[in-house]
Design a protein around this ligand. Structure first.
Ligand code: SF4
Length: 119
């Protein structure tokens, strides 16, 4: 094998290696990339204000003493989307809560500050 052929195969192996590694690297960097591109940042349950108001994305984990009827609405029917503090843009699945001005809340989440949105 002459020198140029050896160089060709070395380069080809390098390209093949990069092609295999690129998806793995991109997948691991995706959260940071999405954040940098303006993807919504969601409230993290259990931290700061979220902890104070028992913000939960899984209502099954809400303590029984908090899983009560409010404003005549059964706990099962209380979600952020039906809360007076929830706003969203048309077409968006999730939205904003006045308690968390810098993050989004999931429409299906809940917290103990829930209050019925006027109909
Ligand atoms: S106040 Fe309302 S909109 Fe905000 S997190 Fe609690 S239930 Fe959701």
């Amino acid at each position: 094998m002459n020198q140029s052929r050896r160089e060709f195969f070395k380069q080809a192996l390098g390209v093949a290696g990069a092609a295999v590694a690129a998806p793995v690297i991109l997948k691991s960097l995706w959260p940071a990339i999405a954040q940098a591109q303006g993807a919504p940042k969601f409230v993290v349950p259990g931290q700061g204000m979220a902890a104070s108001v028992n913000y939960s994305e899984n209502k099954k984990s809400v303590p029984k003493d908090l899983a009560i009827e409010r404003n005549g609405v059964k706990f099962a029917n209380q979600t952020c989307s039906g809360c007076v503090l929830f706003t969203k843009n048309a077409g968006d699945a999730n939205g904003k809560c006045a308690l968390f001005p810098n993050e989004q809340v999931k429409a299906t989440s809940w917290c103990k500050s829930w209050s019925k949105k006027p109909s």
